[in-house]
Design a protein around this ligand. Structure first.
Ligand SMILES: Cc1ncc(CN)c(N)n1
Length: 235
């Protein structure tokens, strides 16, 4: 099955994500405030683009059930996925509102551009493959942290882990299963070339998930940040 192929090939990247110091820090209950703040700034911005990409799928869908599914996921990001951000903000002792005006860092910019590139192909399989590592890797992180005994009552990140652990229909766990199922259906009518193209989108997004943790952990912004951010202000 296509989904098994994707998970198998991406597995070394997923293992590297589990080993990332930011993710390990969530498990151990300590991540530097600067990394948490950088993460929330970038993720607020990233999820806003993610919403737009979900919305861009709707015109190429054929049935109402799938339209409802993507519309509900937009609602989930807007109204529920603010919770994990609040967890990070509370731990870093900073207001959420103060972190909502960032411009994308180089790696976040690359990740967003990658997703828009998938949208431009017009292929539903490519778009789902580019989007899926977002809910998939977080659900896997939550499961791995729980399985290794890190999701304890005294871990300040417990409610972050619990949020991504749930397999509820509309949360990342349920979403992941539904998207993998859609891909398996779509792949039945795809050529080998189309399969490989879609797989490329999935694997690159998975690596960009690793990069997202990395850039937040080391606060990797634009080298000429004053010039770049100044430029954004003049748009
Ligand atoms: C970059 C990123 N990837 C995944 C998730 C989890 N939906 C997130 N909030 N941000």
């Amino acid at each position: 099955m296509f989904s098994h192929q994707l998970v198998k090939e991406a597995n070394p990247i997923l293992e590297a994500i589990f080993d990332h110091p930011f993710v390990k820090g969530i498990g151990d209950g300590h991540v530097d405030d600067a990394a948490l703040k950088f993460y929330v700034q970038q993720d607020f911005q990233y999820l806003s683009e993610f919403i737009k990409i979900y919305a861009s799928i709707i015109p190429i869908l054929k049935d109402r059930e799938n339209m409802k599914f993507f519309a509900e996921n937009i609602d989930f990001i807007l109204n529920s996925e603010i919770h994990p951000h609040h967890v990070f903000c509370d731990i870093a002792n900073v207001t959420y509102e103060s972190l909502q005006h960032a411009t994308p860092s180089p790696k976040a910019y690359l990740y967003q551009s990658h997703m828009y590139r998938a949208v431009r192909t017009g292929s539903l399989a490519n778009i789902i493959c580019a989007l899926l590592p977002c809910p998939w890797t977080y659900n896997e992180i939550a499961k791995q942290l729980t399985a290794t005994g890190k999701n304890t009552a005294d871990n300040p990140f417990k409610s972050w882990i619990d949020f991504y652990l749930t397999d509820d229909e509309d949360a990342d766990g349920g979403l992941t299963q539904k998207l993998f199922k859609m891909l398996n259906e779509l792949s039945k009518d795809m050529s080998e070339e189309e399969i490989n193209e879609a797989k490329g989108f999935f694997l690159k997004s998975t690596e960009l998930e690793w990069e997202f943790w990395e850039q937040a952990f080391y606060q990797q912004d634009w080298r000429f940040t004053e010039i770049i951010h100044g430029g954004d202000n003049h748009e």
